[in-house]
Design a protein around this ligand. Structure first.
Ligand code: GLU
Length: 497
């Protein structure tokens, strides 16, 4: 059942202050799903009013990450749209206009308090164990007097005049109604001394003007939800539906991941940053599947979803507010499932860059031939060159030790290799159909185990102890090359002793 029958307008509103991480990606994903499901719009808005924290290149990285996940926005800073601009730094005058409206109506005020004064107040309040709040010095200044001081160029900020009496009841879609005493709400700064609006004002104004129906965001915004409701109401606006998502905990389930811990993950082939997943061999389909289920479920057993399944099945009502521990084992599991569900041609296209990164020159014809035999065997795409790089090497380099089968001497192993060579020479080709039966007969004749004989052959042909199925691999490599590699192995064994 869809969550809403009206087309939803939802926005992902990141601050370009660092890498796009799992939390942000999940928010964007839920935004996207709700928008697409209801025939609405998914909007990208860049919240860049905190100029000190801007990271060059972060906006581009965000866009690349969202596109990689398959979450294309309908309106945004790069493509425009009917409610632009979509970068908050380009909307300064709009916010000032609403700040002025609030001041004129006595719902916000100019504050001239110096940082010194504020610091002193805070220290006093901490001493007496009162929760630090603005002390109200400028709250009741005469408006004309305040305006005169502003015009005279005195440094100032604009603060919201939070009601002192009564309480406010706000509603979060996951947690229901929350009632808060108004006196506990601070007179938050809306516009800083440099004239730039802060999130509390800018995001509320934008959500209203951009006709946002659902605000889906991190639960770190729950404490200031009462303030945000007050701001909407003070401006006479209808509030959007508020949806605060669960937090992510580290894999142990104990606490949030620190920056340091996040950076260290890469050593184990993991990451919480979207930019890293591609290089680590994860499919965007798997990442989408994985993060969707960190805080949402369809029922108690279905776990494989494509993005289009999710567009159909997603519901706000099945979001879970409890914290979700990041589980990388689950990610590997989903990656395996999605790898196996790719069409062979698509899988071979996706593994190609990993061979190139390993300095190999994969040709498309061989790639498409090897794809079916490795698609079953990799958990991440970067494993492909590890198990199948030998298809693209001029020669493989097993050591003499690698060519000795368990329980056999070097000379006996050389003998087995010689017998194998003569069997394979007589085969029409080295496919499983043509070469496996006579090789199994050889195993019998020699009174050895298949493991012993095939281990020597495998090392000789692939240079590896573990490989995709041996005869399938040999067929792709071709009889001539297989015989050449086997002869080299025999030479190696003969000369090593
Ligand atoms: N810019 C805010 C952040 O990065 C966005 C919060 C919101 O979605 O409203 O956390």
């Amino acid at each position: 059942m869809p969550t809403t029958s009206i087309p939803a307008r939802v926005r992902f509103a990141p601050s370009p202050t660092g890498h796009l991480h799992l939390g942000g990606a999940r928010t964007a994903l839920y935004d996207y799903l709700l928008a697409k499901q209801t025939g609405g719009q998914f909007i990208l808005r860049i919240e860049d009013t905190d100029r000190k924290r801007l990271v060059p290149g972060a906006e581009e990285e965000l866009m690349i990450g969202l596109r990689w996940l398959g979450l294309q926005w309908d309106e945004g800073p790069d493509i425009g749209g009917p409610y632009g601009p979509y970068r908050q730094s380009e909307r300064k005058e709009i916010y000032q206009q609403y700040a002025k409206q609030l001041i004129d109506e006595g719902k916000a005020f100019y504050c001239f308090c110096t940082p010194d004064h504020l610091a002193r107040v805070r220290t006093e309040q901490q001493k007496t164990k009162i929760i630090p709040h603005y002390d109200g010095t400028c709250r009741e200044l005469d408006p004309d007097e305040a305006l005169r001081r502003v015009k005279a160029g005195e440094p100032h900020v604009v603060r919201f005049k939070s009601p002192r009496e009564g309480s406010i009841t706000v509603k979060d879609a996951l947690r229901g109604e929350i009632t808060v005493e108004n006196r506990t709400i601070d007179d938050y700064i809306l516009v800083k001394s440099d004239g730039l609006a802060l999130y509390h004002l800018a995001a509320m104004v934008d959500d209203h003007l951009m006709k946002i129906t659902h605000v889906i965001r991190g639960s770190e915004w729950l404490p200031t939800l009462p303030l945000h409701s007050h701001i909407h109401r003070a401006l006479g606006w209808q509030e959007p539906e508020w949806v605060h998502l669960s937090v992510f905990l580290k894999p142990t389930g104990k606490g949030k991941m620190s920056k340091r811990e996040a950076a260290d993950l890469i050593k184990d082939g993991h990451s919480i940053f979207v930019k890293d997943f591609d290089g680590l061999g994860y499919l965007p389909e798997a990442v989408v599947n994985w993060i969707t289920l960190m805080g949402w479920s369809y029922d108690d057993h279905t776990e494989f979803f494509s993005l289009s399944d999710l567009v159909e099945k997603f519901t706000l009502t099945r979001l879970n507010p409890s914290p979700a521990a990041i589980n990388f084992t689950k990610l590997d599991h989903f990656n395996g499932l999605h790898i196996r569900s790719l069409p062979v041609a698509e899988f071979s296209r996706r593994i190609k860059p990993f061979f190139e990164k390993a300095d190999l020159k994969p040709d498309d014809e061989t790639l498409i031939n090897i794809a079916p035999i490795i698609q079953e065997r990799v958990a991440t795409l970067d494993e492909a060159p590890e198990i199948a790089g030998f298809f693209f090497r001029e020669s493989v380099e097993p050591t003499a030790e690698d060519l000795i089968a368990k329980g056999l001497t070097m000379a006996q192993s050389a003998d087995v290799a010689r017998h194998s060579l003569s069997v394979l020479q007589r085969c029409q080709n080295v496919s499983p159909e043509a070469a496996e039966p006579p090789m199994r007969e050889l195993v019998e004749e020699l009174g050895l185990s298949a493991g012993q004989v095939f281990c020597i052959l495998r090392s000789a042909v692939t240079g590896q102890k573990v490989s995709p199925p041996l005869f399938e691999s040999m067929e792709i490599i071709g009889k001539e090359e297989v015989l050449k590699r086997l002869k080299r192995a025999i030479d190696l064994l003969d000369n090593a002793g």
